[in-house]
Ligand binder design. Structure first.
Ligand SMILES: CC(C)(COP(=O)(O)OP(=O)(O)OC[C@H]1O[C@@H](n2cnc3c(N)ncnc32)[C@H](O)[C@@H]1OP(=O)(O)O)[C@@H](O)C(=O)NCCC(=O)NCCS
Length: 202
């Protein structure tokens, strides 16, 4: 478990944390209304499924164990591509390092368990781009991301989905970013990420 002064990050999230599924779905829906966001909706059922599959990370406030953030991991093309999806931090808890903690947790898991996989994401968020760059991701054309239809189906509920289709899945509002283990922007661990590594586990 990773933590900072106020928050703890649980991965894999325990099954009873699925009680937050509806709240998480609502937070994502609210964030999707914000101008310039490129967020796909995630239903409570989908969120519950990811928690119960052991693929989700949940951040909690230490003082009362209430929800602070959420994200999950998916694998595509026979585990050769890994993505973080559904990333959300409660509006009251933003700017306190929670997304950083959650994404590092999932990144270490992915590198350890799928060392040859490319780790990628789509985002319009400056904060997420910053986290990704520190981990060693590069911005790439969509043609370098997975071609798995299952992944792109996840974009259907985004307000920009028509743009994605019109551009034959080669361009949209989000930046495509990838950590390619054979050609990372910087190696991992590095001086900014080393504090997240438990050397016994990586
Ligand atoms: C994007 C989001 C997940 C970031 O979560 P967070 O916990 O606030 O992020 P962190 O605190 O870990 O911030 C990471 C870095 O980005 C910076 N940052 C955070 N929010 C920022 C903002 N709105 N503008 C500029 N920089 C920002 C932080 O200062 C930090 O940099 P630092 O380490 O140099 O101080 C959160 O704002 C959110 O839930 N937004 C709505 C949903 C969304 O956009 N999800 C992303 C989908 S890909």
């Amino acid at each position: 478990m990773r933590e900072n002064e106020e928050f703890e990050v649980v991965f894999p999230a325990a099954a009873d944390l699925d009680k937050w599924a509806t709240k998480i779905s609502e937070l994502i829906a609210e964030a999707a209304q914000e101008k310039n966001s490129g967020l796909a909706q995630r239903t409570p059922e989908h969120i519950r499924k990811k928690i119960n599959e052991g693929k989700a990370v949940v951040a909690l406030r230490k003082k009362d164990k209430t929800l602070a953030g959420f994200c999950y991991i998916d694998t595509w093309q026979n585990d050769t591509f890994i993505v973080n999806s559904g990333l959300i931090v409660h509006p009251d808890c933003r700017g306190k390092g929670i997304a950083t903690l959650m994404k590092h947790e999932l990144f270490v898991y992915a590198r350890k368990n799928y060392p040859n996989a490319k780790i990628f994401g789509l985002t319009t968020s400056f904060a997420v781009k910053k986290i990704n760059v520190r981990l060693g991701y590069k911005e790439v054309p969509y043609s370098e991301l997975t071609t798995d239809d299952g992944f792109w189906k996840g974009c259907e509920s985004c307000v920009h989905f028509e743009t994605l289709v019109k551009n034959n899945r080669l361009e949209c509002k989000c930046a495509g970013m990838i950590y390619d283990p054979e050609n990372p922007r910087r190696s991992f661990p590095n001086e900014e990420t080393i504090m997240f590594i438990d050397s016994d586990n990586y």
